[in-house]
Design a protein around this ligand. Structure first.
Ligand SMILES: Nc1ncnc2c1ncn2[C@@H]1O[C@H](COP(=O)(O)OP(=O)(O)OP(=O)(O)O)[C@@H](O)[C@H]1O
Length: 534
């Protein structure tokens, strides 16, 4: 049966490019007409404004002077032609690109929009117009109008969606608190419940505000199309990252979308080999760990240490590639001691192989992920019982994990993050913050404050990510619930179940596939069954 014709994305792109080229060509040909068409309403608007500003007693003489000039031009040889030429020149001048943007915008703005812009301007006056402003012509003055400060704007659904405003040169735009004051005011006055991106152009004293579309919250766990060594932390805005991955949505009837992922590179040469995620309670850090574990299990082994002991990772127990799910202090200590020894063993094995001019053995190459949820709780217990601090045991995997193919991910809650040990803070250069935290709080974890702040009703799994010294990206973690959590949507739990490796009780698929894996069930200490542990 012949298949229905489905245009490929490439041909659509070509069609779009062809249409764009045709439109560009047409715009070039019609450019003079477009300039005149743009200039005429601007000129009219200026004349109307000027007429409105002219006091009543001067309107009569002005009209008389204009009429006299008109008659004179009419009588002069070539007068009408000269007048028409002057009018065309003036129209073209006002129609040029960037000419009198605010005046043009003002002409387009309706009464309600003008009122909104004026209200916003007046709200900004106390922030941007202090007593004793030294500028001869202040941009922000009580009783001033928005046209003098707002260069560009756009409305969407009756609310301001974009704004480019000029701020005074004296404004301390290098101070985070001063910036945040203006940003919070703008966000509050332009409509709550939305997220905004603020770009401060310090060279030109311009602030650009853009209302952002919400990030999609219906992306289930799935095998993402990534290169080896790449892990999807979540999804972000299209303008921040290059490239997209095809994504299936929770709704089985919805067509797949191409979304921009936040990709974290792990393996032997990454700049950010370990990750620290800090979140508000219930914001989704355990979910992030589950999402990472499902991706890591495609070609590696995973060891869970759950400091809270809430059974968040019980669904992973007794699965192939899962070396352990430790929920108690003794179990966690044994597991982390093993992870430290395993890191050393891999380093030694890889070093010896290199001396012989060979590749490291497969057992030293297979990625190992150590996922630690709430280590501060374990450290507290260890202090009480006089045991070794589990975070200290992470020192070796954190310091040498990169060369040994060991990746450490630590998740902690705000409030307990001060109890994170130095090695954890020093070696985790990939950072994630989850929950509706203030930009300052996010900045303490990420090392730079985000240009946006999450709305008060931030969905679960929403936050920010920063890889090394890169930009702060908005992040939405895929829906990856505990498959045993009855409150989570069934479709999302099924997606997780489908990705979980087989149970260790199922017959091994083949000897080579099981190489380097020794399954350990929940509560078992990985050290006893650790592969090639020395
Ligand atoms: N990205 C997400 N999309 C949808 N639901 C989520 C997401 N992240 C978390 N949730 C839901 O929010 C609830 C809390 O998630 P999770 O247990 O991961 O949070 P947490 O930060 O570990 O909190 P706590 O440490 O207090 O348990 C769960 O019901 C989970 O299914």
């Amino acid at each position: 049966m012949p298949q229905p014709y489905r245009p490929s994305p490439l041909s659509r792109t070509h069609a779009r490019q062809a249409a764009r080229r045709a439109a560009d060509g047409l715009a070039d040909v019609l450019h003079p007409l477009l300039v005149l068409g743009r200039g005429a309403p601007r000129l009219l608007a200026r004349c109307r404004d000027w007429w409105r500003r002219t006091p009543g007693e001067r309107r009569g003489p002005t009209l008389f002077a204009v009429a006299a000039c008109g008659v004179l031009l009419w009588l002069l040889p070539y007068g009408p032609a000269l007048a028409t030429l002057c009018l065309l020149a003036a129209t073209a001048w006002y129609g040029r690109d960037g000419a009198s943007a605010s005046a043009a915008a003002g002409a387009k703005a309706g009464e309600r929009e003008r009122a909104r812009l004026q209200a916003l301007y007046e709200a900004l006056v106390p922030c941007l117009a202090p007593a004793g402003d030294p500028s001869p012509e202040p941009l922000y003055v009580p009783g001033g109008t928005w046209e003098q400060a707002f260069e560009e704007y756009a409305f969407r659904d009756g609310r301001i969606s974009e704004l480019l405003l000029r701020y005074p040169a004296w404004f301390p735009d290098g101070h985070l608190t001063e910036r945040l004051r203006v940003e919070q005011l703008l966000a509050a006055k332009t409509g709550r419940g939305r997220e905004y991106r603020f770009c401060w152009d310090q060279e030109s004293n311009l602030l650009e505000m853009t209302a952002l579309e919400p990030l999609p919250t219906d992306i289930p766990a799935q095998p993402f199309a990534t290169a080896p060594g790449e892990t999807v932390l979540g999804f972000t805005d299209g303008y921040e990252v290059r490239g997209t991955v095809p994504v299936r949505l929770l709704d089985p009837h919805a067509s797949p979308r191409h979304l921009p992922p936040v990709l974290w590179r792990t393996g032997h040469r990454p700049a950010e080999p370990h990750l620290l995620a800090v979140g508000l309670p219930g914001a989704g850090t355990s979910t992030l760990l589950r999402s990472l574990a499902l991706q890591a299990l495609r070609d590696g082994d995973v060891l869970f240490v759950d400091g809270e002991g809430g059974g968040e990772f019980a669904g992973f127990a007794a699965r192939r590639g899962v070396l352990g799910v430790e929920t108690t202090l003794p179990g966690a200590l044994d597991a982390l001691e093993w992870a430290a020894r395993e890191t050393e063993r891999r380093l030694t094995a890889a070093g010896r192989a290199r001396q012989r001019g060979e590749d490291p053995p497969a057992g030293a190459r297979r990625p190992l992920w150590v996922l630690v949820d709430r280590p501060a709780a374990l450290s507290h217990l260890a202090r009480v019982h006089g045991a070794t601090d589990p975070q200290e045991l992470l020192r070796t995997p954190l310091r040498h994990g990169r060369a040994a193919g060991v990746t450490v991910v630590v998740a902690e809650q705000f409030g307990s993050d001060e109890e994170l040990a130095d090695p954890v803070l020093a070696c985790t250069r990939a950072r994630v913050v989850l929950g509706a935290v203030s930009p300052q709080e996010a900045g303490t974890v990420l090392g730079a404050a985000p240009q946006t702040g999450p709305p008060r009703d931030a969905p679960r799994g929403r936050g920010f990510a920063r890889l090394g010294c890169g930009p702060v990206l908005r992040l939405q973690v895929p829906v990856t619930p505990d498959p045993l959590d009855g409150t989570a949507p069934e479709a999302a739990r099924t997606a997780v179940r489908e990705l979980l490796p087989e149970s260790v009780r199922a017959p091994a698929p083949s000897a080579s596939a099981a190489e380097g894996q020794v399954p350990v069930t929940e509560g078992q200490v990985p050290v006893t069954g650790a592969p090639q542990a020395t």
